[in-house]
Design a protein around this ligand. Structure first.
Ligand code: PHE
Ligand code: NA
Length: 429
């Protein structure tokens, strides 16, 4: 059986952007920004996207295209059996991330529907407390997972490419519309001021904490470390510049992330809610509260949570595909069997997270960061010290003059500087 490929280059780019743009942009990023001093965090985060995220992402793409395999097969193919464990880390990271991601996806699905009925308008805090964990959360998590399975089972081009080609432009248009609309709200200016004003003093005093948080977010937002980008790159048929594609993916993801901030902060400030108090869940409670108080709140609520839902779905698809490609390549399963098998596993692990706040918190706060960082360190050391010259060759394949010029600095970065830096954040975090 011949392996699936993307139909078009733009199809691959949009699928990868769909993976990158997700809860990380719309939920984790505004919340971390608020918690870490506003623009101080934003500046450091942007710097780390450039210095760590982009080279790391390209390092992952290189392994995928070079091997044309799922993560486990890729490391076996390129490095021999003793490197299969790197693929196993990727599978583990994918399972960990999707287990809590689909729980949040379930919450969002529920909020999208209940925005239409106004179910949470009267008491947003109580509403969230009633639905966050338990049987309802398990059911909505299952529904979100089912939607993910439904897309992935249709295949790389007919399922993933076709759906993300619609979803990503949809996210941009709807977010843009929301950004324009919130600009008209009274109090929006304070939100921009908070988001865009740089507090150098805060940054100086809390540099290490902000650095670690920003580094973790830079990896999470670009979907690196779990093999999702590796797997997507393994479906590339043509010789495009991975440096150019990786940079474009990061630029689009960052732009959409900043746009999300331009929606969320003015919205919160227009209601006099200060972000960053009460942790990650509080953001959604405050936003939901905002919709309850606004004119056309139901419509705005459906649109806002609908955008988040699309973003979450297109990311979940890429994570599920890691496990599916493994089952297809390594175990000879049909795509349907593989999708149902991986979906069944996540139904169980995700249900545990949906039923237990302790498990959810452990996965979302601690374990996810650790496995993603460990995964990326492994990928980059493999690029640098096992592939070596071949990694640079792959980097330069299809590349223009500029990319060939940065090939050596990139190589030094991924072989030495980034693993050292990531190991440092791993230990500090
Ligand atoms: N990048 C996604 C987001 O920002 C999350 C993700 C992490 C997706 C790892 C795939 C792999 O929401
Ligand atoms: Na992202």
């Amino acid at each position: 059986m011949t392996r699936a490929t993307w139909r078009t280059r733009i199809g691959f780019i949009l699928a990868a952007v769909g993976s990158a743009v997700g809860l990380g942009n719309v939920w984790r990023f505004p919340w971390l920004t608020a918690e870490n001093g506003g623009a101080a965090f934003l500046v450091l985060y942007l710097a780390l996207i450039v210095a760590v995220g982009v080279p790391g992402l390209i390092g992952e793409l290189v392994i995928g295209r070079r091997s044309g395999r799922n993560p486990v097969g890729a490391f076996r193919e390129l490095g021999g059996d003793r490197f299969r464990f790197l693929g196993a880390i990727a599978l583990l990271a994918a399972a960990v991330v999707l287990s809590f991601y689909s729980v949040v996806g379930g919450w969002i699905l529920r909020y999208t529907l209940s925005s239409a009925t106004g179910a949470y308008f009267a008491a947003p805090g109580e509403y969230f407390a009633a639905i966050d964990y338990g049987l309802g959360a398990v059911a909505f998590h299952a529904a979100f997972l089912f939607a993910t399975v439904a897309v992935v089972h249709l295949g790389v081009d007919r399922g993933i490419e076709a759906s993300t080609t619609l979803m990503v432009p949809g996210i941009v248009v709807l977010l843009g519309g929301l950004a324009v609309w919130v600009a008209t709200l009274p109090g929006a200016a304070e939100g921009y001021a908070f988001y865009l004003s740089l507090d150098v003093g805060y940054l100086r005093e809390n540099f290490l904490d902000v650095l670690v948080a920003a580094a973790g977010q830079a990896l999470f937002t670009l979907s690196v470390g779990a093999g999702a980008m590796l797997t997507y790159a393994s479906y590339l048929g043509e010789d495009r510049s991975l440096a150019a594609d990786g940079t474009l993916i990061a630029v689009l993801n960052t732009a959409i992330g900043v746009l999300a901030g331009l929606v969320v902060f003015p919205l919160l400030f227009s209601l006099g809610v200060s972000p960053g108090q009460g942790g990650p869940g509080a953001l959604f409670v405050s936003l939901a509260g905002a919709f309850g108080d606004l004119p056309y709140g139901r419509i705005v609520g459906v649109v806002f949570f609908g955008v988040v839902l699309l973003a979450a779905l297109s990311s979940a698809i890429s994570i599920l595909e890691v496990l599916v490609s493994y089952l297809i390549d390594e175990h000879g399963r049909s795509r349907l069997q593989a999708t149902l098998g991986a979906g069944g596993l996540l139904l169980v692990t995700g249900s545990v997270a949906a039923a237990s706040p302790a498990v959810f918190g452990l996965l979302a706060d601690t374990i996810a960061n650790l496995v993603l960082t460990a995964g990326l360190i492994g990928f980059l050391l493999f690029d640098g010290w096992v592939l070596g010259r071949l990694a640079r060759e792959e980097f330069e394949r299809g590349a223009g003059r500029l990319a060939r010029l940065v090939s050596l600095p990139w190589y030094v970065a991924i072989a030495v500087a980034l693993p050292v830096f990531l190991a440092f954040t791993f230990v500090t975090g």
